[in-house]
Design a protein around this ligand. Structure first.
Ligand code: FAD
Ligand code: AMP
Length: 481
C-alpha cells in the first residue's frame, strides 16, 4: 500500500491538472495520475487540450491564417510579398515546440505546488482507493479521502469511416499531416471539423465538409451561424448540409467517400485524405472496478450533479467525462470548484456563463441564450446588433466581416446572451461573459465607456441598439415614450 492523499486526481488534462494545482494551493495533499506516454516513454501531461486539441489546433490556425492573409489579403493594402511557400515540417515542429513548452510547464507547476505526479492508468476500486497500472504493468494501490475523475474524452469512430494510417484520420491525425493534401474531405461540420478544415483549406487543400444535419451549427444563434456559413463558403469551403456519409473506401491511395445527399440520392467524391470529426466520447471504459458503485449515464458519461459529485460520496468527476459542453475552460472551472468544495469553500460553476468559441476566420463566439431558444421558450426579449463593416478598427484590420448581437430581457433589460461572428470574437466574448456574470443590463453596457477605435465598440453599439440607440447605424424606428 502506497502513500495516502487527501485527493487523487485521475487525468492531467485541463480538468485534472488545474484541479490538482488548486488542491495544493488549498493546502491539500494531492496526487495526479496520468497514463499517457510519448514514444520515448516520457509521461505526457496536459491531456487532449495541450497535446492534441486546443493548443496545437490554434497554433496551426494562426499559422495558416497568416499564410492566407499574405497570399490573398495583402495586395490591396499595398503590401507586396515575394514567393510564398508552406514548409509543413517546420510548421509542425513550431507547433510541437509550443506544446512541449506548455506540457513541460505543467510538470514545473506540479513540482512548485507540491503535487505528486504518478505515471500509470488509474482504476477506481472504491470511494477511497485507486489502483494504478504503470508502463511495465506493475499495479500499485493508492488511498485518498477524495477522488476526482478527469479522464476526458476521445474521438468517436463511425462504422462507415474506419480510421486508416494517414488516409482516414481523426482530429489527432489531422494535426500531423506531413504535407498539404490536394483534396481533403471532412465528416462533420462541428467545431473541430470547421477548424481543421479551415487550416488545410487556407494552406491550399480543396476542402469538402459533409454534415448530416440540415441546419449549420444548429445549436448556435442562427444569425451568427448563417453569417459565418456565408463567409466560409466564400473562402472556398464546400460545406454540404444534409449529407450523411454511408461508406468510405481507400483505393489506389485515394479515399472514396459515399454519402446520401439532401435529396436522399447516393453521391460519391474522392479525396486524398479524410478527417472524421463527428464528436467525442467519454473515457470511462476500464475506469471502474465492478464494485466501485459509480453510476454512468446512458451515453457512458460519469453521472454527476451540479456540483460534480457522483452518486458515491467522496468521488467527483469533471470535464469532458461528464455532461455539458466539451470545453477546456469548463473542465478547469469544474476542477477548481470541486477542489474548493473539498477544502471547505462554498463555490459553484455558473453554467449559464460559459463561453463557446470556434476559431475559424471570422471566429464565432457566444455566451448565454440564443434567440431560437428564447423564442421556443416563449420568453420576451429584445435584440441589438452591430456589424463590423461599420467599425473603424475592423476596417483598419482588414476584417470587416461579421456582427455582434446582444440579447436582453424585454422587461428587466438583463443581458441574456451575446453572440459574435468576427475578427477576434474569441477575445471580445470575455466582455459579454463578464457582463452576464455580474448580471448587467444592456443599459449598463451602453453606459460603459469603450476605447476608440476598438472592435469592442461593436459590442457597445449592439448594447445601445437593444433600445434602438446605436450611434453609427440607422436604428429601427423606436416607440415614442
Ligand atoms: P482531457 O484533456 O481529455 O484529459 C484527460 C486526460 O486523462 C488525458 O491526458 C488522458 O490520457 C488521461 N486519462 C484517461 N484515462 C485515464 C486513466 N484511467 N488513468 C490515468 N489517466 C487517464 N476546447 C476548448 O475549450 N477550446 C478549444 O479551442 C478546443 N479545441 C479543441 C481542438 C481539438 C482538435 C480537440 C480534439 C479538442 C478541443 N477542445 C477545445 C476540447 C478540449 O480539448 C477538451 O474539452 C478538454 O481537453 C477536456 O479536458 P479534460 O481534462 O476533461 O480531459
Ligand atoms: P461536433 O459534435 O460539434 O464535433 O460535430 C460533429 C458533427 O458530425 C455533428 O454535427 C454531426 O451531425 C456530424 N455527423 C455525425 N455523423 C455523420 C455522418 N455519418 N455524416 C456526416 N456528418 C455526420
Amino acid at each position: 500500500m502506497a502513500d495516502k492523499y487527501d485527493v487523487i486526481v485521475i487525468g492531467s488534462g485541463p480538468g485534472g491538472y488545474v484541479a490538482a494545482i488548486r488542491g495544493a494551493q488549498q493546502g491539500l495533499k494531492v496526487a495526479c495520475i496520468e497514463g499517457w506516454q510519448d514514444d520515448s516513454g516520457k509521461q505526457v501531461l496536459g491531456g487532449t487540450c495541450l497535446n492534441v486539441g486546443c493548443i496545437p489546433s490554434k497554433a496551426l490556425l494562426e499559422i495558416s491564417h497568416k499564410y492566407e492573409e499574405a497570399k490573398h489579403g495583402f495586395d490591396h493594402q499595398g503590401l507586396k510579398v515575394g514567393k510564398l511557400d508552406v514548409d509543413v515540417a517546420q510548421m509542425m515542429s513550431h507547433k510541437e515546440k509550443i506544446v512541449g513548452n506548455l506540457t513541460g510547464g505543467i510538470a514545473g507547476l506540479f513540482k512548485s505546488n507540491g503535487v505528486t505526479s504518478i505515471q500509470g492508468w488509474g482504476r477506481v476500486l472504491n470511494s477511497k482507493q485507486v489502483e494504478v497500472t504503470d508502463a511495465k504493468g506493475k499495479t500499485t494501490t493508492y488511498s485518498a479521502e477524495n477522488i476526482i475523475i478527469a479522464t476526458g474524452s476521445r474521438p468517436i469512430e463511425i462504422p462507415p469511416a474506419p480510421l486508416t494510417d494517414n488516409k482516414i484520420v481523426d482530429s489527432t491525425g489531422a494535426l500531423e499531416f506531413d504535407d498539404v493534401p490536394k483534396r481533403l474531405g471532412v465528416i462533420g461540420a462541428g467545431v473541430i471539423g470547421l477548424e481543421l478544415g479551415s487550416v488545410w483549406s487556407r494552406l491550399g487543400s480543396e476542402v469538402t465538409i459533409l454534415e448530416a444535419q440540415e441546419s449549420f451549427l444548429g445549436t448556435v444563434d442562427q444569425t451568427i451561424a448563417k453569417d459565418a456559413l456565408k463567409h466560409f463558403r466564400k473562402q472556398g469551403l464546400d460545406i454540404k448540409l444534409k449529407a450523411r456519409v454511408t461508406k468510405t473506401e481507400v483505393k489506389r491511395n485515394l479515399v472514396y467517400v459515399t454519402y446520401e445527399d439532401s435529396d436522399g440520392k447516393e453521391q460519391q467524391f474522392k479525396c486524398d485524405r479524410l478527417i472524421v470529426a463527428v464528436g467525442r466520447t467519454p473515457n470511462t471504459e476500464k475506469l471502474f472496478s465492478s464494485d466501485s458503485g459509480v453510476d454512468l449515464d446512458e451515453r457512458g458519461f460519469v453521472f454527476v450533479n451540479d456540483d460534480c459529485e457522483t452518486n458515491v460520496p467522496g468521488v467527483y468527476a469533471v470535464g469532458d467525462v461528464v455532461r455539458g459542453p466539451m470545453l477546456a475552460h469548463k473542465a478547469s472551472e469544474e476542477g477548481i470548484m470541486v477542489m474548493d468544495r473539498i477544502a471547505g469553500k462554498a463555490t459553484e460553476v455558473n453554467y449559464d456563463c460559459i463561453p463557446n468559441v470556434i476559431y475559424t476566420h471570422p471566429e464565432l463566439a457566444w455566451v448565454g441564450r440564443t434567440e431560437e431558444e428564447l423564442k421556443a421558450e416563449g420568453e420576451a426579449y429584445k435584440v441589438g446588433t452591430f456589424t463590423f463593416a461599420a467599425n473603424g478598427r475592423a476596417m483598419a484590420a482588414n476584417a470587416p466581416e461579421g456582427l455582434v448581437k446582444v440579447i436582453a430581457d424585454e422587461k428587466t433589460d438583463r443581458v441574456l446572451g451575446v453572440h459574435i461572428v468576427g475578427h477576434q470574437a474569441s477575445e471580445l466574448i470575455a466582455q459579454g461573459v463578464i457582463a452576464m456574470e455580474f448580471g448587467s443590463s444592456a443599459e449598463d453596457l451602453a453606459l460603459t465607456c469603450f476605447a476608440h477605435p476598438t472592435l469592442s465598440e461593436s459590442l457597445h453599439e449592439a448594447a445601445l441598439g437593444v433600445d434602438g440607440m446605436a450611434i453609427h447605424k440607422a436604428n429601427r424606428k423606436r416607440k415614442k415614450k
